[in-house]
Design a protein around this ligand. Sequence first.
Ligand SMILES: [Zn+2]
Length: 426
Amino acid sequence: MKTILLKGGRILDPSQSLDLVGDLLIEDGRISAIDKSINFPYAEVYNVSGCIVCPSFVDVHVHLRDPGQTYKEDIESGSRCAVAGGFTTVLCMPNTKPPIDSPEVAQYILEKSKKVGFCQVLPAGALTKGRKGQELTDFYALREAGCPALTDDGAPLMDSRLMEMALKLARQLDLLVMNHCEDDRLSMGHINEGYVSSLLGIAHRSPSAEDILVARDCILSYHTKGKIHIQHISSKLSVEIVRSFKEKGAPVSCEVNPYHLLFEEEEVLSSGSNAKVNPPLRKEEDRMALLEALKDGTIDCIATDHAPHAKREKGSLESAMPGMIGLQTALPMGLELVRKEVITLEKLIYLLSISPAKLLGVERGIKRGNFANIAVFSMDEEWVLDEKTNLSKSQNTPLWGKTLKGRVRMTIWEGRIVYNCINKGA
Ligand SMILES: [Zn+2]
Protein backbone atom coordinates (compact mmCIF):
# COMPACT_ATOMS: atom_id res chain seq x y z
CA MET A 1 0.00 0.00 0.00
CA LYS A 2 1.27 3.49 -0.92
CA THR A 3 2.48 5.97 1.67
CA ILE A 4 0.64 9.26 1.13
CA LEU A 5 1.61 12.69 2.41
CA LEU A 6 -0.96 15.52 2.25
CA LYS A 7 0.86 18.84 2.63
CA GLY A 8 -0.34 22.22 3.79
CA GLY A 9 -4.08 21.66 4.20
CA ARG A 10 -6.31 22.94 6.98
CA ILE A 11 -6.89 19.76 8.98
CA LEU A 12 -10.27 19.90 10.73
CA ASP A 13 -11.83 17.28 12.98
CA PRO A 14 -14.71 18.53 15.13
CA SER A 15 -14.76 15.28 17.18
CA GLN A 16 -11.54 16.39 18.91
CA SER A 17 -11.52 20.16 18.17
CA LEU A 18 -8.58 19.64 15.82
CA ASP A 19 -7.92 22.68 13.61
CA LEU A 20 -4.38 22.84 12.26
CA VAL A 21 -2.74 24.01 9.05
CA GLY A 22 -0.20 21.32 8.35
CA ASP A 23 0.61 17.88 6.98
CA LEU A 24 -0.94 14.47 7.31
CA LEU A 25 0.89 11.20 6.69
CA ILE A 26 -0.81 7.93 5.77
CA GLU A 27 1.06 4.62 6.02
CA ASP A 28 -0.36 1.12 5.54
CA GLY A 29 -3.87 2.54 5.26
CA ARG A 30 -3.73 4.34 8.59
CA ILE A 31 -3.02 7.86 9.77
CA SER A 32 0.52 7.77 11.12
CA ALA A 33 1.33 11.43 11.75
CA ILE A 34 -0.32 14.86 11.91
CA ASP A 35 1.98 17.84 12.30
CA LYS A 36 2.78 21.36 11.15
CA SER A 37 5.44 20.01 8.85
CA ILE A 38 6.25 16.41 7.94
CA ASN A 39 8.95 15.26 5.57
CA PHE A 40 8.99 11.62 4.64
CA PRO A 41 11.07 9.97 1.94
CA TYR A 42 9.30 7.65 -0.53
CA ALA A 43 5.84 9.13 0.21
CA GLU A 44 3.54 10.16 -2.61
CA VAL A 45 3.13 13.88 -1.92
CA TYR A 46 0.07 16.03 -2.64
CA ASN A 47 -0.05 19.76 -2.07
CA VAL A 48 -3.47 20.43 -0.59
CA SER A 49 -2.85 24.00 0.61
CA GLY A 50 -6.01 26.09 0.50
CA CYS A 51 -8.11 22.96 1.02
CA ILE A 52 -9.95 21.55 4.02
CA VAL A 53 -8.77 18.08 5.10
CA CYS A 54 -11.43 16.36 7.25
CA PRO A 55 -12.92 12.96 8.13
CA SER A 56 -14.71 11.57 5.05
CA PHE A 57 -18.50 11.69 5.03
CA VAL A 58 -21.09 9.08 5.98
CA ASP A 59 -24.53 9.01 4.36
CA VAL A 60 -27.22 7.09 6.23
CA HIS A 61 -29.74 7.36 3.39
CA VAL A 62 -28.98 6.47 -0.24
CA HIS A 63 -30.79 4.51 -2.94
CA LEU A 64 -28.36 2.59 -5.14
CA ARG A 65 -31.17 0.73 -7.02
CA ASP A 66 -29.09 -2.44 -7.15
CA PRO A 67 -30.34 -5.18 -7.52
CA GLY A 68 -33.26 -4.69 -9.85
CA GLN A 69 -33.31 -1.13 -11.20
CA THR A 70 -29.77 -0.65 -12.40
CA TYR A 71 -30.91 1.55 -15.29
CA LYS A 72 -31.29 4.29 -12.60
CA GLU A 73 -28.06 3.57 -10.67
CA ASP A 74 -25.99 0.61 -9.58
CA ILE A 75 -23.49 -0.10 -6.86
CA GLU A 76 -20.59 0.97 -9.09
CA SER A 77 -22.06 4.26 -10.36
CA GLY A 78 -23.47 5.03 -6.91
CA SER A 79 -20.09 4.39 -5.29
CA ARG A 80 -18.42 6.73 -7.81
CA CYS A 81 -20.94 9.47 -6.93
CA ALA A 82 -20.37 8.86 -3.24
CA VAL A 83 -16.60 9.30 -3.33
CA ALA A 84 -16.88 12.31 -5.67
CA GLY A 85 -19.05 13.80 -2.93
CA GLY A 86 -16.55 13.00 -0.16
CA PHE A 87 -18.47 9.99 1.24
CA THR A 88 -16.71 6.70 2.02
CA THR A 89 -19.58 5.04 3.89
CA VAL A 90 -23.16 4.88 2.60
CA LEU A 91 -26.18 3.03 3.94
CA CYS A 92 -28.25 1.81 0.99
CA MET A 93 -32.01 1.54 1.32
CA PRO A 94 -33.78 -1.81 0.92
CA ASN A 95 -36.38 -0.79 -1.69
CA THR A 96 -34.51 -2.77 -4.33
CA LYS A 97 -35.91 -5.59 -6.48
CA PRO A 98 -35.88 -7.97 -4.69
CA PRO A 99 -35.88 -5.94 -1.47
CA ILE A 100 -33.14 -6.40 1.14
CA ASP A 101 -35.37 -8.54 3.33
CA SER A 102 -33.13 -11.61 3.34
CA PRO A 103 -29.45 -12.23 4.16
CA GLU A 104 -28.85 -13.28 0.53
CA VAL A 105 -29.64 -9.83 -0.87
CA ALA A 106 -27.59 -8.13 1.87
CA GLN A 107 -24.66 -10.42 1.00
CA TYR A 108 -25.01 -9.62 -2.72
CA ILE A 109 -24.66 -5.90 -1.92
CA LEU A 110 -21.67 -6.40 0.37
CA GLU A 111 -19.89 -8.64 -2.12
CA LYS A 112 -20.54 -6.46 -5.16
CA SER A 113 -19.50 -3.28 -3.34
CA LYS A 114 -16.29 -4.96 -2.21
CA LYS A 115 -15.54 -5.94 -5.79
CA VAL A 116 -16.23 -2.37 -6.97
CA GLY A 117 -13.94 -1.23 -4.16
CA PHE A 118 -14.54 2.53 -3.94
CA CYS A 119 -16.21 2.83 -0.56
CA GLN A 120 -18.01 1.03 2.23
CA VAL A 121 -21.59 0.22 1.22
CA LEU A 122 -23.70 -1.01 4.11
CA PRO A 123 -27.10 -2.55 3.43
CA ALA A 124 -30.12 -1.41 5.41
CA GLY A 125 -32.35 -4.41 5.88
CA ALA A 126 -36.11 -4.21 5.45
CA LEU A 127 -38.23 -4.06 8.62
CA THR A 128 -40.96 -6.22 7.12
CA LYS A 129 -41.05 -9.03 4.57
CA GLY A 130 -41.35 -7.59 1.07
CA ARG A 131 -41.60 -4.13 2.72
CA LYS A 132 -45.32 -4.87 2.92
CA GLY A 133 -45.79 -3.83 6.55
CA GLN A 134 -47.36 -7.18 7.52
CA GLU A 135 -44.69 -9.36 9.08
CA LEU A 136 -41.28 -8.52 10.56
CA THR A 137 -38.17 -9.81 8.80
CA ASP A 138 -35.62 -12.01 10.57
CA PHE A 139 -33.74 -9.22 12.39
CA TYR A 140 -31.06 -11.53 13.74
CA ALA A 141 -30.27 -13.00 10.31
CA LEU A 142 -30.12 -9.54 8.74
CA ARG A 143 -27.80 -8.27 11.45
CA GLU A 144 -25.54 -11.29 11.05
CA ALA A 145 -25.51 -10.65 7.28
CA GLY A 146 -24.13 -7.14 7.87
CA CYS A 147 -27.14 -4.81 8.18
CA PRO A 148 -26.56 -2.20 10.93
CA ALA A 149 -30.05 -0.69 10.49
CA LEU A 150 -33.55 -1.64 9.35
CA THR A 151 -36.20 0.38 7.51
CA ASP A 152 -38.97 -0.02 4.94
CA ASP A 153 -38.05 3.45 3.56
CA GLY A 154 -40.53 4.66 0.97
CA ALA A 155 -43.16 2.50 2.64
CA PRO A 156 -43.87 3.87 6.15
CA LEU A 157 -44.46 1.16 8.74
CA MET A 158 -48.06 1.97 9.67
CA ASP A 159 -48.82 -0.89 12.07
CA SER A 160 -48.08 0.43 15.59
CA ARG A 161 -48.00 -3.04 17.11
CA LEU A 162 -45.34 -4.16 14.61
CA MET A 163 -43.32 -0.99 15.24
CA GLU A 164 -43.42 -1.63 18.98
CA MET A 165 -42.24 -5.22 18.44
CA ALA A 166 -39.53 -4.02 16.05
CA LEU A 167 -38.17 -1.51 18.58
CA LYS A 168 -38.07 -4.09 21.38
CA LEU A 169 -36.34 -6.65 19.20
CA ALA A 170 -33.91 -4.12 17.73
CA ARG A 171 -32.97 -3.00 21.23
CA GLN A 172 -31.98 -6.55 22.16
CA LEU A 173 -29.96 -6.93 18.97
CA ASP A 174 -28.47 -3.40 19.05
CA LEU A 175 -29.96 -2.51 15.65
CA LEU A 176 -31.10 0.93 14.57
CA VAL A 177 -34.73 1.13 13.40
CA MET A 178 -35.41 3.85 10.85
CA ASN A 179 -38.77 4.97 9.56
CA HIS A 180 -40.02 7.02 6.63
CA CYS A 181 -42.68 8.88 8.61
CA GLU A 182 -45.72 9.76 6.52
CA ASP A 183 -49.14 8.28 7.32
CA ASP A 184 -50.00 6.76 3.97
CA ARG A 185 -53.72 7.57 4.24
CA LEU A 186 -52.82 11.28 4.52
CA SER A 187 -50.05 11.30 1.94
CA MET A 188 -51.67 10.17 -1.29
CA GLY A 189 -50.86 13.49 -3.06
CA HIS A 190 -47.77 14.78 -4.78
CA ILE A 191 -46.60 18.09 -3.26
CA ASN A 192 -46.93 19.98 0.02
CA GLU A 193 -50.37 21.10 1.18
CA GLY A 194 -50.29 24.85 0.62
CA TYR A 195 -50.64 27.67 -1.83
CA VAL A 196 -48.69 25.94 -4.62
CA SER A 197 -50.88 22.82 -4.47
CA SER A 198 -53.98 25.08 -4.60
CA LEU A 199 -52.50 27.16 -7.42
CA LEU A 200 -51.70 24.10 -9.54
CA GLY A 201 -54.76 22.15 -8.42
CA ILE A 202 -52.58 19.17 -7.51
CA ALA A 203 -53.38 16.64 -4.78
CA HIS A 204 -51.27 17.39 -1.70
CA ARG A 205 -49.47 15.58 1.11
CA SER A 206 -50.36 17.02 4.48
CA PRO A 207 -47.66 17.81 7.07
CA SER A 208 -50.01 16.02 9.51
CA ALA A 209 -49.06 12.80 7.71
CA GLU A 210 -45.47 13.26 8.87
CA ASP A 211 -46.23 14.70 12.31
CA ILE A 212 -48.53 11.83 13.31
CA LEU A 213 -46.00 9.10 12.58
CA VAL A 214 -43.09 11.05 14.07
CA ALA A 215 -45.10 11.44 17.31
CA ARG A 216 -46.09 7.77 17.33
CA ASP A 217 -42.52 6.59 16.78
CA CYS A 218 -41.17 8.91 19.47
CA ILE A 219 -43.78 7.62 21.93
CA LEU A 220 -42.95 3.99 21.13
CA SER A 221 -39.24 4.68 21.44
CA TYR A 222 -39.81 6.43 24.80
CA HIS A 223 -41.68 3.44 26.21
CA THR A 224 -39.60 0.62 24.70
CA LYS A 225 -36.19 2.39 24.93
CA GLY A 226 -35.61 1.08 21.40
CA LYS A 227 -33.60 3.40 19.13
CA ILE A 228 -35.68 5.07 16.41
CA HIS A 229 -34.21 7.18 13.62
CA ILE A 230 -36.62 9.50 11.80
CA GLN A 231 -35.68 9.68 8.13
CA HIS A 232 -35.74 12.96 6.15
CA ILE A 233 -37.54 15.13 8.72
CA SER A 234 -39.21 18.10 7.05
CA SER A 235 -41.95 19.74 9.10
CA LYS A 236 -41.86 22.31 11.91
CA LEU A 237 -44.08 20.33 14.25
CA SER A 238 -42.11 17.10 13.67
CA VAL A 239 -38.93 18.87 14.72
CA GLU A 240 -40.65 20.16 17.87
CA ILE A 241 -41.87 16.64 18.68
CA VAL A 242 -38.37 15.16 18.28
CA ARG A 243 -36.88 17.94 20.41
CA SER A 244 -39.31 17.33 23.28
CA PHE A 245 -38.80 13.54 23.23
CA LYS A 246 -35.03 13.97 23.21
CA GLU A 247 -35.46 16.12 26.32
CA LYS A 248 -37.40 13.25 27.90
CA GLY A 249 -34.46 10.95 27.20
CA ALA A 250 -36.04 8.86 24.44
CA PRO A 251 -33.35 7.35 22.14
CA VAL A 252 -34.61 9.28 19.11
CA SER A 253 -32.45 10.58 16.28
CA CYS A 254 -33.27 12.22 12.97
CA GLU A 255 -31.71 13.25 9.68
CA VAL A 256 -32.45 16.06 7.26
CA ASN A 257 -32.07 16.18 3.49
CA PRO A 258 -30.08 19.21 2.16
CA TYR A 259 -32.96 19.99 -0.21
CA HIS A 260 -35.35 20.52 2.71
CA LEU A 261 -32.81 22.93 4.21
CA LEU A 262 -32.44 25.09 1.11
CA PHE A 263 -35.64 24.79 -0.93
CA GLU A 264 -39.31 25.56 -0.32
CA GLU A 265 -42.54 24.40 -1.94
CA GLU A 266 -42.38 27.11 -4.67
CA GLU A 267 -39.39 25.26 -6.16
CA VAL A 268 -41.79 22.94 -8.04
CA LEU A 269 -42.96 25.98 -10.03
CA SER A 270 -39.50 26.37 -11.60
CA SER A 271 -38.01 22.85 -11.34
CA GLY A 272 -41.19 20.83 -11.91
CA SER A 273 -40.99 17.15 -11.08
CA ASN A 274 -37.24 17.41 -10.32
CA ALA A 275 -38.37 19.13 -7.11
CA LYS A 276 -40.85 16.37 -6.23
CA VAL A 277 -39.75 14.44 -3.17
CA ASN A 278 -41.38 12.59 -0.26
CA PRO A 279 -41.91 14.13 2.21
CA PRO A 280 -42.41 17.21 0.02
CA LEU A 281 -40.57 20.53 0.05
CA ARG A 282 -42.50 22.60 2.56
CA LYS A 283 -43.09 26.21 3.62
CA GLU A 284 -40.60 28.81 4.82
CA GLU A 285 -41.64 28.35 8.46
CA ASP A 286 -40.83 24.65 8.19
CA ARG A 287 -37.44 25.35 6.62
CA MET A 288 -36.66 27.91 9.33
CA ALA A 289 -37.54 25.34 12.00
CA LEU A 290 -35.20 22.82 10.35
CA LEU A 291 -32.33 25.32 10.37
CA GLU A 292 -32.96 26.06 14.05
CA ALA A 293 -33.02 22.33 14.83
CA LEU A 294 -29.78 21.87 12.91
CA LYS A 295 -28.14 24.52 15.12
CA ASP A 296 -29.44 23.27 18.47
CA GLY A 297 -28.65 19.58 17.87
CA THR A 298 -32.24 18.32 17.50
CA ILE A 299 -31.26 17.14 14.03
CA ASP A 300 -28.45 14.61 14.27
CA CYS A 301 -27.13 14.49 10.74
CA ILE A 302 -27.44 15.47 7.10
CA ALA A 303 -28.37 12.58 4.78
CA THR A 304 -28.80 12.95 1.04
CA ASP A 305 -31.67 10.53 0.31
CA HIS A 306 -29.88 10.16 -3.06
CA ALA A 307 -32.79 8.84 -5.15
CA PRO A 308 -31.95 8.41 -8.83
CA HIS A 309 -34.70 8.07 -11.44
CA ALA A 310 -34.61 7.88 -15.24
CA LYS A 311 -35.83 10.86 -17.29
CA ARG A 312 -38.97 9.03 -18.37
CA GLU A 313 -39.88 8.52 -14.71
CA LYS A 314 -39.77 12.27 -14.10
CA GLY A 315 -42.65 13.42 -16.29
CA SER A 316 -45.54 15.46 -14.87
CA LEU A 317 -45.74 16.31 -11.17
CA GLU A 318 -48.58 13.81 -10.79
CA SER A 319 -46.89 10.91 -12.57
CA ALA A 320 -43.24 11.44 -11.55
CA MET A 321 -41.45 9.20 -9.07
CA PRO A 322 -40.40 11.15 -5.97
CA GLY A 323 -36.76 11.87 -5.16
CA MET A 324 -33.58 13.65 -6.19
CA ILE A 325 -29.95 12.66 -6.64
CA GLY A 326 -27.75 14.24 -4.00
CA LEU A 327 -24.41 12.57 -3.26
CA GLN A 328 -22.32 15.04 -5.28
CA THR A 329 -24.24 18.13 -4.19
CA ALA A 330 -24.45 17.61 -0.40
CA LEU A 331 -21.17 19.39 0.36
CA PRO A 332 -21.80 22.51 -1.76
CA MET A 333 -25.34 22.71 -0.34
CA GLY A 334 -23.99 22.41 3.20
CA LEU A 335 -21.35 25.06 2.50
CA GLU A 336 -24.16 27.40 1.42
CA LEU A 337 -25.43 27.19 5.03
CA VAL A 338 -21.90 27.92 6.30
CA ARG A 339 -21.64 30.98 4.03
CA LYS A 340 -25.02 32.18 5.31
CA GLU A 341 -23.67 31.69 8.87
CA VAL A 342 -26.47 29.26 9.79
CA ILE A 343 -23.86 26.74 10.96
CA THR A 344 -20.08 26.73 11.29
CA LEU A 345 -17.81 24.71 9.01
CA GLU A 346 -16.95 22.46 11.97
CA LYS A 347 -20.64 21.79 12.58
CA LEU A 348 -21.16 20.93 8.90
CA ILE A 349 -18.33 18.38 9.03
CA TYR A 350 -19.83 16.98 12.25
CA LEU A 351 -23.26 16.60 10.59
CA LEU A 352 -21.84 14.96 7.46
CA SER A 353 -19.26 12.74 9.11
CA ILE A 354 -18.83 12.31 12.87
CA SER A 355 -22.49 12.19 13.86
CA PRO A 356 -23.81 9.80 11.15
CA ALA A 357 -20.75 7.58 11.77
CA LYS A 358 -21.81 7.28 15.41
CA LEU A 359 -25.34 6.28 14.37
CA LEU A 360 -23.98 3.41 12.28
CA GLY A 361 -21.16 2.50 14.63
CA VAL A 362 -18.39 3.15 12.11
CA GLU A 363 -15.03 4.77 12.92
CA ARG A 364 -14.32 8.37 11.90
CA GLY A 365 -11.73 10.85 13.08
CA ILE A 366 -8.29 12.18 12.19
CA LYS A 367 -6.30 10.40 14.88
CA ARG A 368 -3.03 8.51 14.74
CA GLY A 369 -3.77 4.83 14.28
CA ASN A 370 -7.23 5.32 12.76
CA PHE A 371 -7.94 4.13 9.22
CA ALA A 372 -7.36 7.03 6.84
CA ASN A 373 -10.91 7.96 5.82
CA ILE A 374 -10.38 11.47 4.55
CA ALA A 375 -12.10 14.05 2.38
CA VAL A 376 -10.16 16.98 0.91
CA PHE A 377 -12.25 19.84 -0.44
CA SER A 378 -12.10 23.39 -1.67
CA MET A 379 -14.58 25.81 -0.07
CA ASP A 380 -14.68 28.17 -3.05
CA GLU A 381 -14.15 26.21 -6.26
CA GLU A 382 -17.13 26.68 -8.54
CA TRP A 383 -18.43 23.96 -10.82
CA VAL A 384 -21.53 23.09 -12.78
CA LEU A 385 -23.46 19.86 -12.33
CA ASP A 386 -23.93 18.65 -15.90
CA GLU A 387 -23.23 15.69 -18.22
CA LYS A 388 -19.49 16.17 -17.76
CA THR A 389 -19.37 16.27 -13.96
CA ASN A 390 -22.33 14.11 -12.95
CA LEU A 391 -21.32 10.53 -12.14
CA SER A 392 -24.82 9.22 -11.46
CA LYS A 393 -26.76 7.36 -14.15
CA SER A 394 -29.59 9.79 -13.42
CA GLN A 395 -29.98 13.57 -13.58
CA ASN A 396 -33.02 14.29 -11.40
CA THR A 397 -32.22 17.31 -9.26
CA PRO A 398 -33.31 20.97 -9.24
CA LEU A 399 -29.55 21.75 -9.24
CA TRP A 400 -28.99 20.32 -12.74
CA GLY A 401 -27.07 22.87 -14.83
CA LYS A 402 -26.59 25.18 -11.86
CA THR A 403 -23.26 26.58 -10.63
CA LEU A 404 -22.27 25.13 -7.26
CA LYS A 405 -19.63 26.49 -4.87
CA GLY A 406 -17.36 24.08 -3.00
CA ARG A 407 -15.95 20.89 -4.41
CA VAL A 408 -14.39 17.67 -3.22
CA ARG A 409 -10.87 17.33 -4.63
CA MET A 410 -9.71 14.06 -3.10
CA THR A 411 -11.30 11.21 -1.18
CA ILE A 412 -9.33 8.55 0.66
CA TRP A 413 -10.90 5.30 1.84
CA GLU A 414 -8.90 3.21 4.29
CA GLY A 415 -5.68 4.72 2.99
CA ARG A 416 -6.47 4.36 -0.72
CA ILE A 417 -7.13 7.36 -2.96
CA VAL A 418 -10.55 6.56 -4.43
CA TYR A 419 -11.26 9.96 -5.97
CA ASN A 420 -8.73 12.58 -6.99
CA CYS A 421 -8.33 15.75 -9.00
CA ILE A 422 -5.06 16.96 -7.43
CA ASN A 423 -1.77 16.48 -9.23
CA LYS A 424 1.05 14.64 -7.53
CA GLY A 425 4.02 16.61 -6.21
CA ALA A 426 4.72 19.22 -3.58
ZN1 LIG B 1 -38.03 7.94 2.50
